[in-house]
Design a protein around this ligand. Structure first.
Ligand SMILES: Cc1ncc(COP(=O)(O)O)c(C=O)c1O
Length: 308
């Protein structure tokens, strides 16, 4: 199991900073009882211009979109939340870190209709290394298709990043790691490839870069979006398509994308080697350009970096 990351000093709570150890919610908060918590995962990287948060505006926009779906609008706009995230990283004196904004329903309502519970907004951050281990970015990981599947689109609205949806993802991830895999690949209710337990997935075959289309069973990842643009910049043909499970086994290359996962090659699926069984050239070219973007090694022509 991954070690617990180190604490930082301060958590932003609705316009104020609260000490990490004193930032508590009530046991019977709606979020604890029913999973009524919306969140984001964002990374800040050390760059030559100082710490820079990658795609901060897109993440805060998605958080506000999630809050619209769940009737949980915070009192803060996406722009105010972005500013608060910058302040939180600065106040904690961190250079590269993971940033976790959360909009939750606190203590109040006891039934399922949580609208009598106050909406509380928090932003925490902490130092966090690679999600799938230091070697994963270079050598790739072993993945399995999960025996669990994603929910039907009109059950959990997964475009909203709500904590409750992640019980399904936890089942996948635990099953995978207990069985000796680094990650799980989720199938949609139709049996097509959806995404990883907490990341999107890409296939490469004959130089064409494909990712499953957004069918309501997967998250519209912000890294996914960045990688689609990066692959296009690099001159690859890019497709969003229906991906049957067997395409995974026949791919030349596979890789995961996500804020935590970054761009991580997949070297096998269900113990079948992908391509040559190691990170492939297209994956590595995309990964290289991704890290140039996040680490500030190329000009920020798309406005993806917010310097702290
Ligand atoms: C289920 C799921 N899919 C995909 C992703 C990747 O999204 P992003 O690139 O926005 O981090 C995440 C990460 O938040 C996720 O939890």
């Amino acid at each position: 199991m991954a070690p617990t990351p180190p604490k930082s000093d301060w958590i932003w709570k609705d316009g104020e900073f609260v000490a990490w150890d004193e930032c508590n919610v009530h046991l019977l908060a709606h979020a604890v009882q029913f999973g009524t918590s919306l969140f984001e995962g964002i990374r800040c990287y050390a760059t030559p211009d100082g710490p820079a948060i990658f795609r901060l505006d897109a993440h805060m926009r998605r958080l506000v979109d999630s809050s619209t779906v769940y009737r949980m609008k915070p009192e803060w706009s996406a722009a105010q939340l972005a500013e608060a995230a910058v302040e939180t990283v600065r106040k904690n004196g961190l250079t590269d870190c993971y940033v976790r904004p959360m909009v939750i329903r606190g203590f109040g309502a006891f039934g399922l209709d949580g609208r009598n519970s106050p909406i509380e907004t928090y932003i925490g951050c902490w130092s966090w290394g690679t999600y799938l281990g230091a070697e994963a970015l270079e050598k790739g990981v072993d993945a399995c298709t999960s025996s669990w599947m994603r929910a039907h689109p009109n059950t959990n609205p997964v475009a909203a990043k709500a904590a409750g949806h992640y019980l399904n993802a936890q089942l996948m991830r635990m099953e995978a790691t207990i069985n000796g895999y680094a990650e799980a690949i989720a199938l949609s209710p139709t049996g097509l490839v959806s995404e990883g337990s907490g990341q999107n997935i890409f296939l490469v075959r004959d130089g064409v870069v494909t990712t499953p289309f957004l069918d309501g069973s997967s998250l519209a990842g912000i890294t996914r979006d960045a990688v689609l643009k990066i692959a296009d910049d690099l001159g690859y043909e890019v497709r969003e398509a229906m991906v049957p499970r067997e395409s995974l086994y026949a791919a030349d290359e596979l890789f995961f994308t996500g804020t935590a996962t970054e761009v991580t090659p997949i070297r096998s699926v269900d113990r079948i080697e992908v391509g040559a069984g190691r990170a492939g050239p297209v994956t590595l070219a995309i990964q290289k350009r991704f890290f140039e973007w996040v680490n500030g090694e190329i000009e920020d022509s798309r406005g993806w970096r917010t310097v702290v």
